[in-house]
Design a protein around this ligand. Structure first.
Ligand code: FAD
Length: 493
């Protein structure tokens, strides 16, 4: 019997397309509420952006996509899982940022701990981050939800909004030391936007708040551990995941009371069987995708020989030099140019999780932003940037695998042109995605929802788009969502 026929025979209440963290979060939320859930995944393994594989050599476990999980650690959805279900390894330094001459910025511990390392910027750092980190319990869950005009936000949220709407360059002008300026720019560059654009300051703030709030952890053994925990939880509540089954038309899907799609607008347009109204199709057609990434995975015979000491204690190292250099790199990408000295996000998970590689050896990945679909091989440029701050790095390389934007998309069709945020993070599209309608998850078709990173709060492994979409679906079915009550370990982290 085919997977579809098998699922049809079991008369599911809910069907999910795509088993990324959002698809599985939706599935778990619905299953915990008592619905019979069937998930269809095209790839031969579940997980989407949370998969781990021996990409280079046997015995070296690499994350195919995400590795660093501050968003998951702070996410109200993932806080319904216990530390035993998703074991995190948190490095001493959340992230480090080397500069020429063996210097580096390092963000770790409390706001005061980090401020002290910023010398002349200590006071400015404390004044900017202190009040925000103090109210992170309010700010982060709000930042991980859809933007709503009501209720009027509490003071901390209003302060965060007023600061976060600013371009990163404007916010960073409070700092004068190259270290503090570069550290903030590196966080803001996760927005994949020029640092002069509004809201890039907000990305910088969220990433920095998270560094002090929960750290920047990795999952023991690799990000596939998140997927296993989600699939186990789903199966514990009677749900099932069918892998190796690409959905090419909505018409293929078994009838269900709710259908949730962990895919992006362009994919929904492609699988629409004529049921979407023309107005909604036009609105989805206006959805914009952002730049792509070029990624390299390495197997190394030893740790990266960073000149700056603090870089050895971080799983994440932002490589790209000063704020001005990072700003140029992101501006080049937005203008469709290749940057010779690109800003790179470098991840060395084996610093905190050595079992991912044979004894004494390491895995490493780095990616830089590139124009959407760019065919240019960035391997040498990325390696040169690492070598700049870690002379001798290239001598440690046992094997490497490079992935162009097209390769990234081939591994996961949600990353169109290599866009790992499943849609541009321009200010408007961050605040309103996938369309300008306030109902972000609901489509005009009864019982049909979008739940991917193309819906609020956007990219990253937080499961919040899936959870929120499932809550909307449950309300439409007359059920009250009670996600926290369904797991005895709720709030354990
Ligand atoms: C290299 C890289 C590094 C990253 N690093 C981080 C990081 O460190 N931290 C972080 O928080 N985030 C990171 N991200 C981003 C993060 O992985 C994504 O934002 C997140 O996975 C999005 O989750 P999702 O559930 O919306 O979609 P995805 O995880 O993209 O999952 C979508 C799933 O749907 C399936 N699918 C699509 N179309 C169909 C179809 N027609 N039929 C059946 N199945 C279908 C896909 O195969 C896929 O499994 C990274 C991404 C990449 C690529």
């Amino acid at each position: 019997m085919s997977a579809i026929a098998d699922a049809q025979a079991s008369a599911p209440d809910a069907v999910i397309v795509g088993s990324g963290p959002n698809g599985l979060a939706a599935a778990v939320t619905l299953a915990r509420a008592g619905l019979a859930v069937e998930v269809f995944e095209g790839a031969d393994r579940p997980g989407g952006g949370c998969r781990t594989a021996e990409l280079t050599l046997p015995g070296y476990a690499h994350d195919v996509c995400s590795t660093v999980h501050p968003l998951a650690a702070a996410s109200p959805f993932f806080r319904t899982f216990t530390a035993e279900q998703i074991p995190l390894r948190t490095p001493k330094v959340a992230f480090a940022h080397p500069l020429d001459g063996g210097r580096a910025a390092a963000v770790s511990g409390s706001v005061s701990d980090t401020a002290e390392t910023f010398g002349g910027d200590a006071r400015a750092y404390r004044r900017l981050l202190g009040p925000l980190v103090k109210h992170a319990d309010d700010i982060i869950p709000n930042a991980l939800g859809p933007v709503r005009p009501l209720p009027i936000p509490p003071l901390a949220m209003a302060r965060f909004g007023a600061l976060g709407i600013q371009p990163a360059r404007m916010l960073a002008s409070r700092f004068h030391t190259p270290e503090a300026r570069a550290a903030f720019a590196g966080c803001a560059a996760h927005a994949v936007q020029p640092l002069t654009y509004p809201l890039t300051g907000g990305f910088g703030l969220v990433m920095t708040i998270l560094a002090h709030y929960v750290g920047w952890p990795v999952v023991e053994g690799g990000s596939a551990g998140i997927t296993s925990a989600l699939v186990d939880e789903l199966e514990r509540h009677g749900g099932r995941v069918h892998t190796g089954h690409w959905i090419e038309s909505l018409a293929e899907l078994p009838a269900a009371r709710a259908t949730l799609l962990d895919i992006t607008p362009r994919q929904l347009l492609a699988i629409d069987d004529g049921r979407l109204p023309a107005r909604y199709r036009r609105a989805l057609g206006r959805y914009r995708y952002g730049p792509g990434i070029f990624k390299v995975d390495w197997a190394l015979s030893g740790p990266v020989p960073w000149e700056a000491e603090s870089c050895h204690a971080a799983a994440t190292v932002h490589v790209g030099g000063t704020l001005e250099e990072i700003a140029r790199s992101e501006a080049d990408v937005a203008a469709g140019r290749i940057c010779e000295r690109p800003f790179c996000i470098v991840v060395q998970s084996t610093v905190v999780d050595p079992a991912r590689a044979p004894a004494g050896h390491h895995t490493l990945y780095a990616y830089c932003h590139v124009p959407s679909g760019s065919p240019v091989d960035m391997t040498d440029r990325i390696e040169a940037q690492i070598e700049r701050f870690a002379p001798g790095f290239r001598d440690l390389v046992l094997a490497r695998v490079s992935s162009s934007p097209a390769d990234v998309e081939a591994k996961n069709p949600n990353y169109i042109g290599g866009d790992i945020a499943s849609g541009s993070t321009s200010m408007l599209q961050t605040l309103f995605r996938p369309t300008f309608a306030l109902r972000s998850y609901r489509t005009p078709v009864r019982g049909l929802y979008l739940c991917s990173a193309s819906t609020p709060p956007g990219g990253g492994v937080h499961g919040m788009a899936g959870m929120r979409a499932a809550e909307v679906a449950l309300r439409a079915l007359g059920q009250r969502p009670s996600v926290l009550a369904q797991n005895p370990g709720a709030g354990a982290r």
